[in-house]
Design a protein around this ligand. Structure first.
Ligand SMILES: [Zn+2]
Length: 251
């Protein structure tokens, strides 16, 4: 299997199917964040998860700002138009699936937004510190490459854009529809970012994923964070070794 196929499969497994799909569970044993199937054991659960242990470019990472190299990175151009979105609970997180037509451009690279989903606390650390939550916006290019944009959340005012999601967080197998939802409204105004190569943060941990972590957090209320934590108390993989990877910071 070539890398592209692995990436595409990885994206499907990590993001789209989830525990609601019974056949998938039989083929790929259950994984979790705590207990015997926690992140330290993911590679042992299934041969398909070997990258979780063997890959040298795993996500998430701790970003030390003073070690990030300032670089003239391409501006992130979010051409999101929105539409009718579907909110699902896949047994690992709550995920918002978007219709096609929401593109991210960065220089010559174009990728289509598939979905975004949440982790608590934020998987990525900045200068050793987590945020209460993060959203990962997962994009795929025409040649199958994955590009993830992370939007960090700090506690503050109610997030009105995400209120329809957090007011009715779905149970497994009971998706909600959101009409006229534009994911662009979730993004911070300031698009400065950190960039590095990494992986999916869930099994099978496939690498070759381009990561862009937006520096500027957006707000969620205490109540919104609590609503998510009622479903998922903790769904964050610990930070992984950098192994000499370059982290760049937009100027
Ligand atoms: Zn994620």
């Amino acid at each position: 299997m070539n890398r592209t196929n692995i990436l595409v499969m990885g994206a499907m497994l990590a993001c789209s199917i989830g525990a609601a799909f019974a056949g998938e569970q039989a083929a790929h044993p259950h994984w979790s964040y705590q207990g015997k199937t926690d992140p330290a054991n993911w590679a042992e659960l299934d041969q398909a998860n070997s990258a979780c242990k063997l890959s040298k470019e795993q996500s998430p990472i701790n970003i030390e700002e003073r070690h990030a190299r300032k670089a003239p990175l391409a501006a992130l151009d979010f051409n999101y138009v929105g539409g009718t979105a579907e909110v699902i609970n896949n047994g690992h997180t709550v995920q918002v699936n978007l219709p096609s037509g929401n593109a991210l451009k960065a220089g010559d690279e174009v990728a289509n937004l598939l979905q975004f989903h949440f982790h608590t606390p934020s998987e990525e650390k900045i200068n050793g510190v987590n945020y209460p939550m993060v959203a990962h916006f997962v994009h795929k290019s025409a040649d199958g490459k994955l590009s993830v944009v992370a939007v960090l959340f700090k506690q503050g005012r109610e997030n009105k854009t995400l209120a329809p999601v957090f007011n009715a967080l779905p149970a497994e197998g009971k998706p909600n529809q959101l009409t006229s939802f534009n994911p662009a409204d979730v993004l911070p105004v300031d698009r400065a970012y950190f960039k590095f190569m990494g992986s999916l943060t869930t099994p099978p941990c496939s690498d070759g994923v381009r990561w862009q972590v937006l520096k500027s957090p957006v707000e969620l209320s205490k109540k919104q964070i609590a609503a998510f934590r009622k479903l998922y108390k903790m769904n964050a993989r610990p930070v992984q070794p950098l192994n000499g990877r370059l982290v760049e910071a937009s100027e």
